[in-house]
Design a protein around this ligand. Structure first.
Ligand SMILES: *Cc1c(COP(=O)(O)O)cnc(C)c1O
Length: 456
């Protein structure tokens, strides 16, 4: 077995198949369960009796990854492919399609920390990726596989960000792409991106879950490569922010990582990343990974609070459109991560999301509504005593604030349904004034009196 070889392992049956034999919809034909990528050095492969530990040692890997930061090679400049030893999925890594994704900042949020009674709080801002969401880290991986397999067309169903990422990477690689999005329930920033990058954009008169069903039919009948997060290569890219995060923390592992939950691939991917790093000796423990859902799209939360058996799909409704998903494909993977890391699952209301988003905005950072569920959920975990003041917590901010400007404007104009009084001081509706210095000065005076000086 050479170091490049990998297999697809069914998460239900444990059965392994060769990459070339992957079903078009990436589900086991009988059990309908998903697959995950397994390497010769994976823990699951070793316990099955074929251990191959001839990877560079942890300190050599750390050194190699740090050294690549000075390189001018595109794949070295990518915050995904810089860690390519952890995702040997391509025959030749130099064929990877990259927009220099990853390399996202880890910010501190001092005002949010203070308001929650925490010593500090960090945010890994995946919205700072090339198309403005964490989807880029997964797309560079899975789309590069599509190129290697010789596909000419790729497709996805999307609440918006997957389509923006896919369209961009497909365009870079010279592939055609087709996007299915739910009509009317998508943020403008995202819809405009998929058109800008030249995708064939189809708005279906259904919700995200309906789009998934149509797409499944399509890939059965045409040689189109499916790039939804059921594609396990997406998760290989999406696990790398876990590595980048601990590298940025000088290889200190945070106590908690908090992620939004939609289709539930992202939390699963980060969990895989942390577990693999621990297995390879890069870190000595894993963080607790908690998943936060919007109340109106909370099937995992219901699974968590009910009997922990099967998941019941819901009809999803939330203005955090990126997580407006009622039947999450990767729920079993996410459930396993929450359980094995001792994380938690919470739900938050629309008002709580809006308030949290305003607080993140007021840090000079901003994010899209779906990302703000992390801060809203953290408040609950702190109140429940699950997160303590001295512990290090990292919020995964998944998307850029410019993805959904309409939401932000509605919040500040007061046209978003809100019942949280503390949020009122965060509202900054635009003032319309006469172009007269006295009038403007009077407005400025009033503003100075009414607004407290922010914590530094
Ligand atoms: C896709 C997305 C999510 C949800 O991620 P899943 O992997 O589907 O759970 C959350 N926030 C943003 C901004 C997204 O684009």
């Amino acid at each position: 077995m050479n170091m490049r070889s990998h297999q697809l392992r069914c998460i239900g049956t444990g059965e392994r198949i060769a990459p070339e034999d992957a079903p078009h919809d990436f589900r086991d034909p009988e059990t309908r369960e998903l697959y995950e990528i397994e390497y010769p050095w994976s823990e699951s492969a070793e316990t099955s009796g074929t251990p191959h530990r001839n990877l560079p040692n942890p300190s050599a890997l750390r050194h190699l990854w740090a050294e690549r930061r000075d390189s001018t090679l595109p794949i070295d400049q990518s915050g995904v492919w810089r860690y390519r030893e952890l995702l040997p999925i391509l025959k030749d890594d130099n064929t990877a399609t990259t927009l220099r994704e990853g390399n996202t900042p880890l910010y501190d949020l001092p005002r949010c920390a203070k308001s929650l009674g925490l010593d500090f709080l960090l945010a890994k801002h995946q919205g700072m990726n090339p198309t403005g969401s964490f989807k880029d880290t997964g797309m560079t991986a899975a789309l590069s596989v599509a190129v290697e397999r010789g596909y000419e067309w790729v497709a996805c169903a999307s609440t918006g960000n997957t389509s923006a990422a896919m369209a961009a990477y497909a365009a870079r690689a010279g592939l055609r792409s087709i996007v299915f999005i739910p009509e009317g329930k998508i943020a403008w920033g995202k819809l405009s991106q998929s058109m800008d990058y030249g995708a064939m954009t189809v708005q279906l008169k259904t919700d995200f879950d309906g789009c998934v069903r149509i797409l499944a039919e399509l890939v059965k009948r045409h040689p189109i490569y499916l790039l939804n997060s059921v594609n396990p290569y997406r998760l290989e890219g999406q696990k790398t922010p876990a590595v980048e995060m601990v590298e940025q923390l000088d290889w200190q592992v945070p106590h908690h990582v908090i992620v939004p939950g939609g289709n539930l691939a992202n939390g699963s991917a980060l969990g895989k990343g942390f577990a693999e790093m621990k297995h390879l000796g890069l870190i000595d423990r894993v963080p607790k990974i908690s998943v936060i859902q919007a109340m109106g799209a909370n099937p995992l939360f219901q699974w968590f609070t009910n009997d922990h058996k099967e998941i019941d799909p819901v009809v999803a409704d939330t203005r955090a459109t990126a997580i407006r998903i009622g039947n999450p494909a990767s729920w079993r993977k996410a459930a396993r991560i929450i359980e094995t890391t001792n994380g938690w699952c919470e739900q938050v209301s629309e008002s709580e999301i809006a308030f949290a988003k305003a607080q993140i905005g007021a840090e000079g950072i901003g994010c899209e509504p779906a990302s703000a569920v992390t801060l809203a959920g953290l408040k609950k975990l702190v109140a429940q005593g699950r997160v303590e003041s001295g512990e290090r917590t990292v919020l995964l901010l998944t998307g850029h604030t410019l993805k959904d400007p309409e939401y932000t404007i509605d919040f500040h104009r007061g046209t978003l349904a809100m019942d949280i009084e503390e949020a009122a001081p965060f509202r900054r509706p635009p003032l319309v004034l006469d172009a007269d210095p006295e009038t403007v000065l009077r407005a400025l005076d009033a503003e100075m009196k009414n607004t407290p000086v922010p914590v530094r």
